[in-house]
Ligand binder design. Structure first.
Ligand SMILES: [Zn+2]
Ligand SMILES: [Zn+2]
Length: 144
């Protein structure tokens, strides 16, 4: 356990604050199932740490992506979304609202795939990106 020293320098405590923000953000992202945007994560982190800026959230998210702790999901015509979930899985994206849900690895067609080898490669993973209508948008479309 690390205890605060009386003569702790300013940069030490700034560093501590930054790592606290980073840890909080990573933990929040890992718990979320909905692939939030940076803005959505910022709104959540602000409830606990009111002084975190949106720029800090963006910077940390890019860092997580570089370190392999998160995946950035580009949404055509929308804000990028972030995924803190580890392990191989696929995604399905709503064409109307941009919401993204997970497809568990066991439902991906790797085992059933006729493509086991292609161009000399042995296939280990298949990333599936499906597009559709989420339950809410599907209901709206049926009503109209
Ligand atoms: Zn939708
Ligand atoms: Zn995901």
């Amino acid at each position: 356990m690390k205890t605060a020293r009386a003569g702790e320098s300013r940069s030490d405590s700034t560093e501590h604050r930054h790592s606290q923000q980073r840890d909080a953000l990573l933990a929040m992202l890992a718990r979320r199932e909905d692939h939030p945007t940076a803005r959505e994560l910022h709104a959540q982190v602000c409830r606990r740490l009111p002084h975190v800026s949106l720029a800090t959230v963006y910077r940390n998210l890019e860092l997580f992506v570089q370190q392999g702790l998160a995946v950035k999901l580009q949404v055509p015509g929308g804000e990028a979304r972030f995924d803190g979930k580890r392990g191989h899985h696929g995604h399905v994206r709503c064409v109307k609202c941009g919401r993204i849900a997970d497809i568990p690895a066991r439902r991906l067609p790797l085992r059933a795939s006729p493509v086991r080898r292609v161009a000399g490669f042995r296939i280990l993973e298949i990333h599936v990106d499906l597009r559709g209508l989420c339950p809410e948008c599907g209901r709206e479309q049926r009503r109209s």
